[in-house]
Design a binder for this molecule. Sequence first.
Ligand code: PGA
Length: 260
Amino acid sequence: MSKQRAKLVVGNWKMHGRLAENATLLQAVAQGASALPGDLRVGVCVPSPYLAQAQSLLAGSRIVWGVQDVSAFTHGAYTGEVAAPMVVDFGASLAIVGHSERRAYHRESAELVAVKTQRVLEAGLTPIVCVGETLEEREAGATEQVVGTQLDEVLAKLSVQDAARIVVAYEPVWAIGTGKSATSEQAQAVHAFLRSRLAAKGAEVADVPLLYGGSVKPENAEELFRQPDIDGGLIGGASLKDQDFLAICKAAAAVVGVAG
Ligand code: PGA
């Protein structure tokens, strides 16, 4: 399982940003990323109103863009929802689903996350499916059971071909926005477990990108990305600062450069 896979670094802006500051950030990131070597893919998931801005400023760059959630429906009387095909209209290619903030604050069930993943795939987008345990669950020794169930609920609804098109992000809830990242050993252990669950779905699924998220910073990124089953990161707070986000991308490029 120490096969070298391309690294993927995706920014999750959450509900941050305004038109003027986004322009500065997007331009700086696009320019900085163009200079990076290596088999590296970079993305940003912006608030939906800024999709058109991302499209106009990132088209032609090495950065892809997307959203942080989609509706479980394709269209209809669902006030306030944004459907996956609408996102495609703006050249997006990524959609985060099942982020722990949506599971917690919007009571999204594992079933709903699985349906959203299907909608994202049907629209031709790449879903970044988030899984992760709370501190209580980790302390109770239930980490594998929790993340395994979250992943299995999604995989159960997908064909092997569709499952091979997803990205999975392991984001321990206790590490998100807390400044307290999982250690590289803790993260690698869960990633290896998730990798085995993916492989159980089918050989083609074993190599889907597995991102780590939760207080990734320039200081800890390289050590995390060096782990054999960590294929990159989903970056929250640090994706709002161009220098930090680019430093994290650089760490990913460095790891690919060395091992590849
Ligand atoms: P963080 O967030 O990097 O700010 O911890 C990660 C995420 O929630 O995706």
